[in-house]
Write a protein that binds this ligand. Structure first.
Ligand SMILES: Nc1ncnc2c1ncn2[C@@H]1O[C@H](COP(=O)(O)OP(=O)(O)OP(=O)(O)O)[C@@H](O)[C@H]1O
Length: 212
Protein backbone atom coordinates (compact mmCIF):
# COMPACT_ATOMS: atom_id res chain seq x y z
CA UNK A 1 0.00 0.00 0.00
CA UNK A 2 1.30 3.42 -0.97
CA UNK A 3 0.38 6.26 1.39
CA UNK A 4 0.93 9.79 0.15
CA UNK A 5 0.23 12.96 2.11
CA UNK A 6 2.59 15.84 1.41
CA UNK A 7 3.07 19.40 0.22
CA UNK A 8 5.83 20.87 -1.89
CA UNK A 9 6.16 24.50 -2.92
CA UNK A 10 6.93 24.77 -6.67
CA UNK A 11 7.66 27.91 -8.68
CA UNK A 12 4.07 29.11 -9.08
CA UNK A 13 1.96 26.96 -6.76
CA UNK A 14 2.08 24.38 -4.02
CA UNK A 15 1.81 20.69 -4.95
CA UNK A 16 -0.62 19.18 -2.44
CA UNK A 17 -1.04 15.43 -2.67
CA UNK A 18 -3.09 13.12 -0.52
CA UNK A 19 -4.07 9.61 -1.64
CA UNK A 20 -3.65 5.89 -0.95
CA UNK A 21 -2.95 3.30 -3.59
CA UNK A 22 -3.23 -0.45 -3.29
CA UNK A 23 -2.12 -2.85 -6.04
CA UNK A 24 -3.97 -0.82 -8.60
CA UNK A 25 -3.11 1.06 -11.76
CA UNK A 26 -3.42 4.82 -11.28
CA UNK A 27 -3.38 7.25 -14.21
CA UNK A 28 -2.20 10.83 -13.64
CA UNK A 29 -3.68 13.35 -16.02
CA UNK A 30 -3.58 17.14 -16.13
CA UNK A 31 -2.16 20.12 -18.00
CA UNK A 32 1.50 20.54 -18.76
CA UNK A 33 3.36 21.91 -15.76
CA UNK A 34 0.68 20.88 -13.26
CA UNK A 35 3.00 18.79 -11.07
CA UNK A 36 2.70 15.20 -12.37
CA UNK A 37 6.42 14.54 -12.88
CA UNK A 38 7.22 16.22 -9.57
CA UNK A 39 4.89 13.78 -7.81
CA UNK A 40 6.71 10.82 -9.43
CA UNK A 41 10.08 12.39 -8.51
CA UNK A 42 8.98 12.72 -4.88
CA UNK A 43 7.98 9.05 -4.80
CA UNK A 44 11.28 7.98 -6.38
CA UNK A 45 13.34 10.20 -4.02
CA UNK A 46 14.78 12.46 -6.72
CA UNK A 47 13.17 15.50 -5.08
CA UNK A 48 11.67 15.77 -1.61
CA UNK A 49 8.45 17.27 -0.25
CA UNK A 50 8.57 20.21 2.17
CA UNK A 51 6.27 18.58 4.70
CA UNK A 52 4.25 15.39 5.03
CA UNK A 53 4.76 11.66 4.62
CA UNK A 54 5.25 9.05 1.91
CA UNK A 55 5.37 5.34 2.72
CA UNK A 56 5.19 2.12 0.76
CA UNK A 57 4.16 -1.17 2.38
CA UNK A 58 4.94 0.28 5.81
CA UNK A 59 8.42 1.52 4.85
CA UNK A 60 8.80 5.27 5.31
CA UNK A 61 10.20 6.98 2.22
CA UNK A 62 9.71 10.47 3.61
CA UNK A 63 8.57 11.62 7.00
CA UNK A 64 8.62 15.24 8.14
CA UNK A 65 11.86 16.26 9.75
CA UNK A 66 13.64 12.91 9.26
CA UNK A 67 16.21 12.14 6.61
CA UNK A 68 14.45 10.86 3.47
CA UNK A 69 15.09 7.23 2.49
CA UNK A 70 17.80 7.12 -0.19
CA UNK A 71 16.81 6.47 -3.82
CA UNK A 72 18.76 3.19 -3.89
CA UNK A 73 16.88 1.90 -0.85
CA UNK A 74 13.43 2.51 -2.40
CA UNK A 75 12.27 -0.42 -4.50
CA UNK A 76 10.91 1.84 -7.19
CA UNK A 77 10.95 1.17 -10.95
CA UNK A 78 10.93 4.45 -12.87
CA UNK A 79 10.50 4.90 -16.60
CA UNK A 80 11.47 8.50 -17.41
CA UNK A 81 9.64 10.57 -20.00
CA UNK A 82 12.55 10.40 -22.48
CA UNK A 83 13.43 6.79 -21.51
CA UNK A 84 16.96 7.93 -20.47
CA UNK A 85 18.82 4.93 -21.86
CA UNK A 86 22.61 5.22 -21.68
CA UNK A 87 23.80 5.66 -25.30
CA UNK A 88 27.20 4.03 -24.73
CA UNK A 89 25.75 0.85 -23.22
CA UNK A 90 24.12 -2.02 -25.06
CA UNK A 91 20.47 -2.87 -24.45
CA UNK A 92 21.54 -5.72 -22.17
CA UNK A 93 23.96 -3.49 -20.21
CA UNK A 94 21.26 -0.83 -19.87
CA UNK A 95 18.85 -3.40 -18.41
CA UNK A 96 21.40 -4.85 -15.99
CA UNK A 97 22.83 -1.46 -14.98
CA UNK A 98 21.05 -1.05 -11.64
CA UNK A 99 21.52 -4.65 -10.49
CA UNK A 100 24.25 -5.72 -8.14
CA UNK A 101 26.65 -8.42 -9.24
CA UNK A 102 25.43 -11.93 -8.54
CA UNK A 103 21.72 -11.03 -8.69
CA UNK A 104 19.53 -13.84 -10.05
CA UNK A 105 18.46 -12.60 -13.49
CA UNK A 106 15.97 -15.31 -14.43
CA UNK A 107 13.09 -12.81 -14.13
CA UNK A 108 14.85 -10.63 -16.70
CA UNK A 109 15.02 -13.45 -19.24
CA UNK A 110 11.28 -13.80 -18.76
CA UNK A 111 10.68 -10.04 -19.05
CA UNK A 112 12.68 -9.77 -22.26
CA UNK A 113 10.52 -12.56 -23.68
CA UNK A 114 7.26 -10.96 -22.54
CA UNK A 115 8.33 -7.62 -24.01
CA UNK A 116 9.73 -9.16 -27.19
CA UNK A 117 13.22 -7.65 -26.94
CA UNK A 118 15.36 -10.80 -26.72
CA UNK A 119 16.75 -10.12 -30.18
CA UNK A 120 17.83 -6.59 -29.25
CA UNK A 121 20.11 -7.32 -26.29
CA UNK A 122 23.37 -6.80 -28.21
CA UNK A 123 22.22 -3.57 -29.91
CA UNK A 124 22.79 0.03 -28.82
CA UNK A 125 20.02 2.61 -28.22
CA UNK A 126 20.73 4.43 -31.51
CA UNK A 127 20.16 1.16 -33.40
CA UNK A 128 16.61 0.57 -32.15
CA UNK A 129 13.25 2.25 -32.73
CA UNK A 130 11.26 4.47 -30.33
CA UNK A 131 8.87 1.62 -29.54
CA UNK A 132 11.77 -0.74 -28.87
CA UNK A 133 13.43 1.85 -26.62
CA UNK A 134 10.21 2.11 -24.67
CA UNK A 135 10.12 -1.65 -24.13
CA UNK A 136 13.80 -1.71 -23.13
CA UNK A 137 13.19 1.14 -20.65
CA UNK A 138 10.22 -0.75 -19.21
CA UNK A 139 12.34 -3.89 -18.83
CA UNK A 140 15.02 -1.83 -17.08
CA UNK A 141 12.45 -0.31 -14.72
CA UNK A 142 11.15 -3.81 -13.90
CA UNK A 143 14.60 -5.42 -13.62
CA UNK A 144 15.06 -4.28 -10.02
CA UNK A 145 11.87 -6.20 -9.10
CA UNK A 146 10.26 -3.02 -7.81
CA UNK A 147 7.48 -2.78 -5.27
CA UNK A 148 5.98 0.07 -7.31
CA UNK A 149 6.29 1.11 -10.94
CA UNK A 150 6.28 4.78 -12.06
CA UNK A 151 5.88 5.53 -15.77
CA UNK A 152 6.12 9.08 -17.12
CA UNK A 153 4.33 9.32 -20.48
CA UNK A 154 5.32 5.75 -21.40
CA UNK A 155 3.32 5.60 -24.63
CA UNK A 156 3.80 9.09 -26.05
CA UNK A 157 6.43 8.13 -28.65
CA UNK A 158 4.58 5.08 -29.94
CA UNK A 159 2.39 4.58 -32.99
CA UNK A 160 -1.06 3.06 -32.51
CA UNK A 161 0.02 -0.57 -33.03
CA UNK A 162 3.00 -0.34 -30.68
CA UNK A 163 0.98 1.56 -28.11
CA UNK A 164 -1.65 -1.19 -28.02
CA UNK A 165 1.01 -3.85 -27.75
CA UNK A 166 2.88 -2.12 -24.92
CA UNK A 167 -0.33 -1.43 -23.04
CA UNK A 168 -1.37 -5.08 -23.26
CA UNK A 169 2.10 -6.06 -22.00
CA UNK A 170 1.80 -3.64 -19.10
CA UNK A 171 -1.54 -5.17 -18.12
CA UNK A 172 0.00 -8.64 -18.25
CA UNK A 173 2.92 -7.53 -16.06
CA UNK A 174 0.51 -5.96 -13.60
CA UNK A 175 -1.59 -9.11 -13.43
CA UNK A 176 1.49 -11.22 -12.78
CA UNK A 177 3.41 -8.92 -10.39
CA UNK A 178 0.48 -7.37 -8.54
CA UNK A 179 2.22 -4.09 -7.66
CA UNK A 180 0.87 -0.54 -7.75
CA UNK A 181 1.57 1.24 -11.03
CA UNK A 182 1.33 5.00 -11.57
CA UNK A 183 1.52 6.34 -15.10
CA UNK A 184 1.31 9.84 -16.54
CA UNK A 185 -0.61 10.34 -19.74
CA UNK A 186 -2.08 13.12 -21.83
CA UNK A 187 -4.47 10.69 -23.52
CA UNK A 188 -7.66 10.14 -21.59
CA UNK A 189 -8.29 7.02 -23.73
CA UNK A 190 -5.09 5.44 -22.32
CA UNK A 191 -6.20 6.29 -18.79
CA UNK A 192 -9.62 4.77 -19.36
CA UNK A 193 -8.23 1.62 -20.96
CA UNK A 194 -5.57 0.85 -18.35
CA UNK A 195 -6.36 2.51 -15.07
CA UNK A 196 -8.41 1.40 -12.10
CA UNK A 197 -8.29 5.00 -10.90
CA UNK A 198 -7.61 8.40 -12.48
CA UNK A 199 -6.19 11.40 -10.62
CA UNK A 200 -6.34 14.78 -12.29
CA UNK A 201 -3.73 17.31 -11.15
CA UNK A 202 -4.15 21.00 -11.97
CA UNK A 203 -1.79 23.60 -10.53
CA UNK A 204 -0.76 21.18 -7.82
CA UNK A 205 -4.29 20.34 -6.66
CA UNK A 206 -5.65 16.83 -7.22
CA UNK A 207 -9.14 15.54 -7.87
CA UNK A 208 -10.11 11.92 -8.43
CA UNK A 209 -12.13 11.17 -11.54
CA UNK A 210 -14.60 8.36 -11.93
CA UNK A 211 -13.48 5.56 -14.24
CA UNK A 212 -16.22 4.26 -16.53
N1 LIG B 1 12.24 21.08 -7.73
C1 LIG B 1 11.40 22.06 -8.13
N2 LIG B 1 11.31 23.21 -7.42
C2 LIG B 1 10.48 24.21 -7.80
N3 LIG B 1 9.68 24.14 -8.87
C3 LIG B 1 9.72 23.03 -9.62
C4 LIG B 1 10.58 21.91 -9.28
N4 LIG B 1 10.39 20.94 -10.22
C5 LIG B 1 9.48 21.41 -11.09
N5 LIG B 1 9.08 22.66 -10.74
C6 LIG B 1 8.03 23.46 -11.40
O1 LIG B 1 6.81 22.85 -11.04
C7 LIG B 1 5.88 22.87 -12.11
C8 LIG B 1 5.40 21.44 -12.37
O2 LIG B 1 6.36 20.71 -13.14
P1 LIG B 1 6.16 19.17 -13.51
O3 LIG B 1 7.33 18.78 -14.36
O4 LIG B 1 5.93 18.39 -12.27
O5 LIG B 1 4.82 19.21 -14.36
P2 LIG B 1 4.13 18.09 -15.28
O6 LIG B 1 2.70 18.08 -14.88
O7 LIG B 1 4.88 16.80 -15.18
O8 LIG B 1 4.31 18.71 -16.74
P3 LIG B 1 4.46 18.00 -18.20
O9 LIG B 1 3.13 17.36 -18.47
O10 LIG B 1 4.75 19.17 -19.08
O11 LIG B 1 5.60 17.02 -18.11
C9 LIG B 1 6.59 23.54 -13.26
O12 LIG B 1 6.18 24.88 -13.28
C10 LIG B 1 8.07 23.43 -12.90
O13 LIG B 1 8.79 24.52 -13.42
Amino acid sequence: MLLVDFQKQLDHFSLEMQFELDREILALVGSSGSGKTTLLNCLAGIVHPDVGTISLNGQEFFSGGQKPLKIQKRKVGYLFQDYALFPHLSVEQNILYALSRGTDVSHITELTKILGITGLLGKYPHQISGGEKQRVALTRAMAVQPDILLLDEPFSALDDANRDRCQDELLRIHEKWQIPIIFVTHRIADAEKLADRILRIEKGQMTEQTVY
